[in-house]
Design a protein. Structure first.
Length: 147
């Protein structure tokens, strides 16, 4: 009996571990899609990735609700020109239907005058699982020293 219970517990653990791993991959794909949509200034794609009650903050400290965030990031010729992932500096934690992604990215941001600036940004995204699909509910970027 003890052996059967141990085996059952181990099988449940493996099942949970593979479930969590699959969700980690889905969450990682979500934040990479978010980055790509931000760089491409793709307002339609951003609209599919963010929850209706999304709130995001940029490195200046300004925060925006969903529509304002999309508008801010989709201005032509201004804003994010590239985002380079540093997967070795990313951490994804999943708690039920919520995932927290803490990661470092290197970005190039273009100012209104056309000048480009390289920044290292520590990002935190909060993602939620709604009706079987992951969405970004909140995001915060903080400029940090280049590495």
């Amino acid at each position: 009996m003890k052996k059967a219970m141990t085996l059952l517990a181990f099988m449940l653990f493996l099942s949970y571990a593979s479930y969590a791993q699959g969700d980690r991959e889905k969450v990682w794909d979500l934040v990479v899609s978010l980055d790509n949509a931000l760089v491409k200034k793709d307002s339609v794609k951003l609209g599919t990735l963010l929850t209706d009650d999304f709130i995001g903050a940029v490195p200046t400290g300004q925060s925006y609700k969903r529509e304002a965030y999309i508008k801010f990031h989709c201005r032509p010729h201004v804003g994010l020109a590239s985002i380079k992932e540093k997967p070795d500096m990313a951490n994804i934690r999943i708690y039920g239907n919520t995932a927290i992604v803490n990661r470092r990215v290197e970005v190039v941001r273009v100012g209104p005058d056309g000048s480009a600036k390289e920044l290292s940004v520590q990002r935190i995204e909060v993602c939620v699982l709604l009706n079987g699909k992951w969405y970004v509910a909140s995001g915060q970027g903080t400029e940090v020293a280049m590495q």
